[in-house]
Design a protein around this ligand. Sequence first.
Ligand code: SF4
Length: 245
Amino acid sequence: MRASGARGQGTNGANGANGAKGAKVTKRVKGRESRKARRERAGVVYELLVEEYPDATCALTHRNPYELAVATILSAQCTDERVNMVTPELFRQWPEPEDLAGARQEELEEVIRSTGFFRNKAANLIGMATAVVRHHGGEIPRSMTDLKKLPGIGRKTANVVLGNAFGVDEGIVVDTHVRRLSRRLGFTREENPEKVEKDLVDLFPPERWTMLAHLLIWHGRAVCKARTPRCEVCVLSRLCPSSSV
Ligand code: SF4
């Protein structure tokens, strides 16, 4: 997900927000914090990020739940940009689950080779499509339980599909950016994605879950980078216990 759509690229320019909303909640978050205070801070963080990235969305190109499920499986250990480069050809050759279920593995591998781990991904894609045809009438299921039973689909992928293709806020997508920012922002101390998700779910109301992941991912790419967080231009600096400024 590109940060190019971000307004201000993490500068403090949104509305002086860093000073206004941030100062209302806390000057600087260090040490112990009550659950209530953390929830309030989380709410302000969310609002500031929405102002900063009003166009934040899923960067995987898709037209329906099937295409998003395929793209999300391909995105493991791969950039969204790379996935978006291979999916047009994939969907041209195998436009529906029925087509993909009947794909020859070697041919599919050739199309998705550049996304890495292409043998596993091809097997999972064919397995997923086969299960969708066999057990769900050719339609991607819209429940966490059913999605997680499909080959190649874990909780993270299921959350992506439910939130972005079906508009169902069942959980929060925790990828490497969401986990890193959640830890830096003091929303969790956990490493395990499912435990991180549990902590986030406790802090944010359900209607914010899908967008929250987009916002954290966009901010992680634009400002709170893995190696060198740009705290000096971060709108969250007054609200972040890890801020270096
Ligand atoms: S670590 Fe720095 S860049 Fe990341 S959220 Fe905190 S203040 Fe912003």
